[in-house]
Design a protein around this ligand. Structure first.
Ligand code: NAD
Length: 288
């Protein structure tokens, strides 16, 4: 590292709190090292009352760009000059690009998801998706999928605080894209079965399958699955959720959330450096 940092080295980073668990510094520094790019990527633990000053400071120091994680994804926009259309649709920002003092906010989580499908040879353009969830991850996915040309999206959610966001997502998609979106209560199991039956892909974008929900599925049982359904989960710890395990047993093509995490980073990296992230090198650096 001491050989890499010189008087020419520019800075990239991440602002969030808590932050020390983040894999982004490992990811981006490994990519810069591999490609011989003269950047260093650091994680900054910022408290909410410091957010505005932090943005001003990063700008004053001419930091090329930075990622934004919780809890600032929905609040940093007010301190930026421009917000991309996809970030406006999502109401969230995970990447800031500093073009000579002009700060643009965008979100790459949805691109990360769509790229991860492509990476596995999965094409859902012109097809139908059923997804459970309406939080940050789900919102980024459905907005990007709709923008990219997925034909229909059926969203299921519990009647919890994110139900309102689910309603908003449906109206934004229907008003601003050619995709047709519908919202259903997750308790409506008949609708769930029907929508999955007519979909090419089923996506879990909830917490069910990780943390306290390890070993649990967001579907009532495996009868909702079929062999030619693609089953994806945004979770990557555990690597294989109960949903993916059951889907695999049924012969479905499955994909976990690791690709989404890697490719959202790769999309940010491309916006800052103009280069493709060396995914294999980064996976190795992350021990994946
Ligand atoms: P969030 O809190 O914003 O949203 C949570 C969503 O899950 C809501 O729609 C909520 O209704 C639903 N939910 C929660 N518990 C549920 C339950 N018991 N039954 C049914 N629905 C339930 O969270 P988020 O940021 O959207 O994250 C959701 C998941 O996505 C987490 O597991 C997170 O680790 C993962 N994630 C992955 C990536 C990636 O790059 N792979 C990125 C972001 C988030």
């Amino acid at each position: 590292m001491e050989k890499r940092i010189t008087g020419h080295t520019e800075l990239l980073g991440l602002i969030a709190t808590p932050i020390r668990h983040s894999k982004s510094p490992t990811m981006h520094n490994a990519a810069c090292q591999e490609l011989g790019l003269d950047y260093a990527y650091l994680a900054f633990d910022i408290q909410p009352e410091q957010l505005e000053d932090a943005v001003k400071g990063l700008k004053a120091l001419n930091v090329r760009g930075w990622n934004v994680s919780m809890p600032y994804k929905t609040t940093i926009g007010q301190y930026l000059d421009r917000i991309s259309p996809i970030a406006q649709m999502c109401g969230a920002i995970n990447t800031v690009i500093n073009d000579q003092g002009v700060l643009t906010g965008t979100i790459t989580d949805g691109t990360g998801y769509m790229e991860s499908l492509k990476d596995q040879g999965i094409d859902i353009i012109g097809k139908k998706m059923t997804i459970v969830g309406a939080g940050g991850a789900a919102t980024a996915i459905v907005m990007q999928a709709a923008m990219d040309g997925v034909k229909e999206i059926s969203i299921f959610n519990r009647k919890d605080p994110s139900w309102q966001r689910a309603q908003l997502n449906v109206s934004i998609i229907n008003e601003q894209t050619d995709c047709h979106a519908q919202l259903f209560d997750l308790d409506d199991t008949d609708a769930l079965r029907q929508e999955i039956n007519s979909s090419a892909i089923f996506t879990n974008a909830t917490n069910v399958g990780m943390g306290n929900f390890v070993g649990k599925m967001v579907l009532p049982d495996t009868s909702y699955l079929r062999k030619d359904l693609i089953v994806s989960d945004v979770i990557y710890m555990p690597e294989k959720t109960k949903l993916l395990e059951e889907a695999e047993k049924m012969g479905c093509q499955t994909i976990n959330g690791l690709g989404m995490m890697l490719f959202q980073g790769a999309a940010s990296f491309r916006l800052w450096t103009g280069k493709d992230m060396p995914i294999d090198v980064v996976k190795k650096a992350l021990n994946f």
